[in-house]
Ligand binder design. Sequence first.
Ligand SMILES: Cc1cc2nc3c(=O)[nH]c(=O)nc-3n(C[C@H](O)[C@H](O)[C@H](O)COP(=O)(O)OP(=O)(O)OC[C@H]3O[C@@H](n4cnc5c(N)ncnc54)[C@H](O)[C@@H]3O)c2cc1C
Length: 552
Amino acid sequence: MVRTSIIAVDDDLAVLASVERDLRQKYGREYRVVKAESGATALDVVQQLKRRNEAVALFVVDQRMPQMSGVEFLEQATGIFPDARKVLLTAYADTEAAINAINKIGLDYYLMKPWDPPEEHFYPVLDGLLEDWHANVQLPYDGVRVVGAMSSSASHDVKDFLARNSIPYRWLDIERDDEALRLLESAGHDPLRLPALFFPDGSTIAQPTGQQVAERVGLRTRAQMPFYDVIVIGAGPAGLSAAVYASADGLNVLMIERHAPGGQAGNSPKIENFLGFPSGISGSDLTRRAVTQARRFGAEMLTAQMATGLRSEGNTKIVTLSDGSELSAKMVLIATGAWFRTLDLPGTERWNGAGVYYGAAHTEAANCRDQDVVVLGGANAAAQAMLFLSRYARNVRVLIRGKEPTWSRYLDIAIRANDKIDLLFHTELVDIIGDEQRMREVAVKNNQSGQITSLPAQSVFVFIGHKPQSDLVGDLVLRTESGHILTGLDLVKDGKRPPGWPLNRDPLLLETSVPGIFAAGDVRNGTKHGVAAATGDGNAAVSLFWQYLSTI
Ligand SMILES: Cc1cc2nc3c(=O)[nH]c(=O)nc-3n(C[C@H](O)[C@H](O)[C@H](O)COP(=O)(O)OP(=O)(O)OC[C@H]3O[C@@H](n4cnc5c(N)ncnc54)[C@H](O)[C@@H]3O)c2cc1C
């Protein structure tokens, strides 16, 4: 197991001693706590650790130090350990510098001194950051190993599945890693049947389905009961929120998730507009917290199971799963969200998951080290992705169809200050060029001049809008032309309830055109796209569950 350090830096020896004491007390068993009295000494330590191939999980650094400020130190130290989490210790007067550091160096948190008691003000912050670090950073360790190829979309899917379900793994690229071939040979796997997974117990499997992987890594794929109060389809922010509040209220809840909890939000490297997280929170961190909370209240979750059918028989709702099994409930919440619109460029499908990625910046960023990367899109999701990718890529070229982006101001400031990011307006992707192994370049067109140019590119990340994922209930509930599900008063036209509506009351606020089937989040017509709106919807659904139950 690789040794992992937490590094504390402060020139005030009394404060340094107390930071060290607090860190050792809570984390001393798992991490080596290293202290340094100046930025320069700490940088020496950091370089030594790098040479020894060790890891740094966290920097806890005072801002006010002579010669080198905390932010200046972190700027250099994160060049060496880019994934380490960064906490700045500040006084009131340093708040401005700390807030600027959030944009400038991706500061994760700033803490006002003093923080006594640490149980209340220090450890909860560090616990979250260390958990997040563990979930996202790959270390050479004795866990699941995935042998695959960058040019194989199935390999990408498995990596994405493991990462999004917080299962640590080690990636071995057959084109670059000698150990990859050795492992395949030792197991007798065909190098053309990738990916192959190797588990710590010595077992191995080639080209597995999502369900097989889920079962091997201990994720639940089968329900414990045949009947629930509520089945929630989709474990994005809306589904998770409904599961947390419904199970906290004592309802029996089952969530069904086809891929991994977190939904689109799980792809977000940093959600900066969610209440209560001034330095932002990664989608994976938010998801992990929500899943833990839902489980704590007793909600069950199936992973790698897709709901493929839904029907209503009297007061019972029946959900069919991808493995053919059926589950029943008094109520169903459709929280299936939206997914990215795909490229409409003939011939480019072969690159899906093998150079063209939809929303997977978080999973793929580390593979883009020193690459030329192209991002398509001018809204918030694209903005977050390009900022994250720029930590690894040589440069990030952004193709924006119109004359300006629509992303938020806080993202715009960070983007304009990032010299790795190049914004190309009035520009569209027209072709992707590569060979058997990988993508080499893209052809782009200026939609004003018509001029076509080529740009070097080994990966393209696509963020060109969303489509609601509602086909599951296309024949069951009323939807808009765009596929968004109609609920509540949207269903009542000129005082008339929807055709076939059997009850002597209007549909409840989030209820669809079938009583007892509700919709929440991005899949619902009229919701504001975003994490807060989706979690709000999920929460609102719960009081409607009770209203519904009181009528049956
Ligand atoms: C990269 C990125 C960054 C973003 N950043 C921000 C941000 O900073 N701030 C913000 O407010 N918003 C952000 N958003 C938008 C936000 O993530 C979404 O609005 C939010 O996740 C919607 O939540 P939801 O639960 O409605 O749907 P989703 O998040 O789409 O979740 C739906 C879930 O349902 C599952 N599912 C679908 N069909 C089925 C089925 N048939 N069976 C089982 N499961 C199914 C999907 O796999 C998915 O997990 C971002 C989105 C992206 C893509």
